[in-house]
Design a protein around this ligand. Sequence first.
Ligand code: PLP
Length: 466
Amino acid sequence: MVKKDLDLFNEITQKLLDAEENNPVVTPVHPKTIFERFNLTLEDEPMDDKAFQENLEDIVLHTPRTASDHFFNQLFGGRNSKAMLGELLSVMLNSTMATYKIAGPQVGVEQAIIKKICEIIGYDPQTSSGTMAAGGSLTIFKAMLMARDNYDKNVSTKGVSMDMTVYTSKESHYSVPKNAAFMGIGRDNVRYVNTDDRGRMLPEHLDQLIQEDIANGKHPIYVNATCGTTVLSAVDPIDKIADVTDKYKNLWLHVDGAYLGPIIFSEKYKFLVKGIHRVDSFSINAHKMLNTPLSTSMIVTKHPECLYNTFSNDADYLYQTSSDEHNLGKISLQCGRRNDALKFWCLWKSVGTKGLAKIVDHEFYLADIARDYVNNNPDYKLYSFEDSIAVCFNYKDYDTKDLCTQLYRQGELMVGYGKFKEDEFIRLVMVNGGNSKEDILNFFKKLEEFANTKYKATEIVNSTHI
Ligand SMILES: Cc1ncc(COP(=O)(O)O)c(C=O)c1O
């Protein structure tokens, strides 16, 4: 049975790969018609094998193609084959990382990754620790929870009683206020620090906000610095921010490296995270710049006791063998936790740390190609900066929302738009390490051809459409 479905998997995968080659962008199906267009409704009776296969193929082949060389819409892309191999094997093994009894050596796979990240950012691997969670929003959540519980040891038993505040830049990820709401601090207690003209947090403003809050009887507990802001991929000045947080007792400094965190591997770009060894915790995704499947997110901390105190709970029915050190459920958010480690380990082991650096450097190289193209062409205007993998630009005077939406609706290119201060622009992100210089130049060629021929100026974006 398994063999039969694995053969089917191979057959459908081959069709998908062929389709990606010939038709890298799927023409979208209107969301209001999906139940008519596809056979999705679940019924009492089974579907016969032939019809099942046809249906499944139909759905797969009409799903947006995020691994194609025409996909620039999100902060992930590409498909690293070694990472895919690890992911598929994780599915076959179906471990839970909660206990050593069930995960066995997979626990060591995760621990090896964590240990090496600690070492690379300059933590002492003997006195630091870390874990994985389902995505960058949740690794930030884990950092925020540790900060809260570390500040007030009574929170985990009595609940939040102090007026706590957290700090993040105006350009940071939306999960910070969302997490603040989840953890009983509240969105109104998130302070947004101003940024400079490149979207980087201003440490002086951070200090000012903290001082104002203390003067008003608040309790500052957490500062969120970003390594790779979502729109511009800017990196906050970590060293200078640490100078500020060091002045205050129990103020936790976290670096959210969900997007650009992999620059820690690059000799050329790690200067951007100067001071990273000083922070209390650091999170990093491999599913963005490093092309492992969604999701692969790690958090490391200098305070293993905080990780344990916040996330451990006794459960006799679960923890029946081995020590806490090897039962990763004691430092996890969830109970049954899928194995997100093997895919990243397969990639890392197969290319080495030097290979990870190559992927990072290549993506910066692709961004240089795109920036040069934009800078050397009078029809374009650049809104982003060097040492960034987001190339933000406008073409002629096209309405960016409308242009991006029409490119999508007509199945030409998948790219999104963004905003920084007053400017709105197309955001071209270089997160597919499998792309080449030709792929990037082809992006511009397609964009120009489309804008100058197929684009219909009258079709202003109507967000109620697709
Ligand atoms: C800066 C930043 N932090 C965190 C996240 C959240 O990561 P995830 O999508 O893995 O939850 C993102 C996602 O794009 C991001 O850009």
